[in-house]
Every structure is written in structure tokens, then in C-alpha cells.
Design a protein around this ligand. Structure first.
Ligand SMILES: Nc1nc2c(ncn2[C@@H]2O[C@H](COP(=O)(O)OP(=O)(O)OP(=O)(O)O)[C@@H](O)[C@H]2O)c(=O)[nH]1
Ligand SMILES: [Mg+2]
Length: 300
């Protein structure tokens, strides 16, 4: 919880501190302070529709014009915001397939490779056997980067040379993981934004090839999103979900970003489970998403 509170510091300053100051000056919850709150939600990257939902839920709960304490208001706000996030608090379930295949996708620099390493660590700690597949054959250092994580965590990494066919690397990893009875195969992919259609075609090919071996694979398509991109996160989810299909989200780099409020927009707009959150660069700085703790983190 301490890690989460620290990571959410900037998001909190932007939202809660601003809100407390504004409320103090107006004293009661009237039309103008409700507008202030809505503006603050918008400037905290919560997004239009999620902000409107929060405000309308709040209006229902508190009789307009009623003088209420800041504490009471915070309690109601926390409840509403927790409800939004709870609708997407669905932990990643791994079945007893051997292997479960988790495909990691996302935009350039979102934190995919780092998340692969952190996830490997998380599953290993749970007693699962893990294999990593380096499906990013586009960037020279990508395989080295994943290899570094594999060594650090102590899990095998399947890779081929630069320019190799990404789908064939992941296909090979799948057959190898199957024969070695590995529990979890985590496949990294490239994230080049400059060639969006090329990337989407490559990702589609990967899912096609995987489903040939096992028609339920990939068992999870995890879209990694950098919280720092703010509202742009909404577009990223839309595009990847339409083109590939996304079963879970990872929101990274919450530490050091003041735009963590975007999580409410993601939850409200898509209802796609948020599986994990990234709170730093280190191997143990990935947490299973917990709605209550997240909101506590902002309000603490
Ligand atoms: N502070 C912080 N940094 C992170 C987090 N996750 C990843 N990073 C950093 O973000 C940078 C990019 O991470 P990568 O994992 O290489 O991102 P990627 O999506 O694989 O990037 P490409 O493969 O180039 O598309 C690295 O410097 C990571 O250490 C996080 O949760 N917090
Ligand atoms: Mg990468």
C-alpha cells in the first residue's frame, strides 16, 4: 500500500489537493462548486463521460445546496469512484493449460518488455513455471532487454535474430513451452507507432498462428498503457481492442505521472478488466489491480 500511495502522489496532488482548496473557499456544495469539481476531474484526466457520471452520482447522493463537510463529501466521492473501478477489478485467471499464453501488446515505449519481466517474476513467486518469448524482432535491443529480464528472474527466453518473423518466434516458444510443460508463456511484441497497420497485421498473425496450436490461445491479450499519455490512452484501447481484441489492461508508470485519473475513464468507457498496475521500473513494482486501494491511494 505504501508503494501505491507514493506512486499516486502526483495524481493525488492534482486532484485531491486542488479539490480540497476549492471546496474550502466555497464552503458548501452548490452549483458553482459542483462545476469546480467537474473541471478538476477533467483536468485530472478522468475524461468527459466518467466525470459526468461521477457528478451525476454525486448529485443523486447529496441534496443540492446542502451544506456538507469536506469529510462527508470525500466519503461519497470515494464510494462513487471506487464503484467505477470495481467494475473492472477482475484479476487475471490462469487455467491449468500448459502453457497459458499471455500476449503483451501496446504502443511504443508503454512498458511492455518491463511488464513481461515483472509478470514473470510475479508468476514465479506464485510457484508457476514461466517462459518468455521475444516477439519484438523489430528493435535491435529488444531481445537483449528481454534476455536481461529472463536472467534476472531466472526464466528461459525464446528468441531469434533481428528481423525474424515475430509470429514464428512466438509459435516456436509455444511448442517449446508445451513440450516442457511450462505453466505460463509470456510473449512480448513490438510497439512501433510509425507503422500502425504493419503492427496490427503482425499482431493478428501472431494470434492466428497461436490459435492453430490451441484454439483457446492466446488465453490473455494484455494491452499495456503508459498512464502518462493521459486521454490518449482511450484512443489506444479503442484501436487495439477493435483491431486485435483486448482481454485485460495494464496501466504502467503511475509513479511520476499526474495523469493517473485516466484509469476512471478507461474503466467507465470500456469495462475491460484492469489486471495490473505498474508503479516503477523494478521487478516487484507491478501490483494486481485493487479498486479500493487505488482510490484510497488518491485520497490518503
Ligand atoms: N517509472 C516507471 N517506469 C516504467 C514502468 N514500466 C516501464 N517503465 C520504463 O519505461 C521505459 C520503457 O519500457 P519498456 O518496457 O522498454 O517499454 P516497451 O513498451 O517494451 O517499449 P518498446 O518495445 O520500445 O515499444 C523503460 O525505461 C522502463 O524502465 C513503470 O511502471 N514505472
Ligand atoms: Mg519492448
Amino acid at each position: 500500500m505504501k508503494d501505491l500511495i507514493n506512486a499516486l502522489e502526483k495524481t493525488k496532488i492534482k486532484f485531491l489537493i486542488g479539490f480540497t482548496e476549492k471546496f474550502k473557499s466555497s464552503g458548501d456544495l452548490n452549483e458553482s462548486s459542483i462545476e469546480d469539481l467537474e473541471t478538476l476531474l477533467l483536468s485530472s484526466d478522468v475524461g468527459v463521460s466518467a466525470s459526468q457520471r461521477i457528478i451525476s452520482d454525486l448529485r443523486k447522493k447529496i441534496r443540492k445546496g446542502a451544506l456538507i463537510s469536506q469529510d462527508l463529501l470525500n466519503i461519497e466521492l470515494k464510494k462513487i469512484m471506487t464503484e467505477i473501478l470495481e467494475s473492472v477489478e477482475v484479476p487475471l485467471y490462469t487455467n491449468n493449460k500448459s502453457p497459458n499464453v499471455i500476449l503483451i501488446i501496446g504502443a511504443n515505449g508503454a512498458g511492455k518488455t518491463t511488464t513481461c519481466g515483472k509478470l514473470a517474476k510475479l508468476f514465479k513467486t506464485m510457484g508457476k513455471s514461466v517462459m518468455l518469448a521475444s516477439g519484438d524482432t523489430f528493435r535491435a535491443a529488444a531481445t537483449d532487454q528481454l534476455g536481461f529480464w529472463g536472467k534476472k528472474i531466472g526464466v528461459p527466453v525464446v528468441s531469434q535474430g533481428l528481423g525474424a518473423d515475430s509470429a514464428s518466434v512466438i509459435y516456436d516458444a509455444f511448442t517449446s513451452a508445451k513440450s516442457r510443460e511450462i505453466d505460463i508463456l509470456i510473449a512480448d511484441t513490438a510497439g512501433r507507432l510509425q507503422n500502425k497497420m504493419g503492427l496490427m497485421e503482425e499482431l493478428k498473425k501472431i494470434t492466428r498462428v497461436l490459435s492453430k496450436i490451441d484454439n483457446s490461445a492466446p488465453h490473455e491479450v494484455l494491452l499495456v498503457i503508459d498512464a502518462g499519455v493521459g486521454q490518449n490512452a482511450i484512443d489506444q484501447v479503442k484501436v487495439f481492442n477493435e483491431m486485435i481484441g483486448v482481454s485485460g489492461l495494464v496501466l504502467t508508470k503511475l509513479d511520476g505521472s499526474a495523469k493517473g485519473g485516466v484509469i476512471f475513464g478507461l474503466a467507465h468507457n470500456f469495462k475491460i478488466p484492469i489486471r495490473f498496475i505498474g508503479l516503477g521500473e523494478k521487478e516487484d513494482q507491478l501490483q494486481v489491480f485493487n479498486a479500493k486501494q487505488f482510490v484510497e491511494g488518491i485520497f490518503s
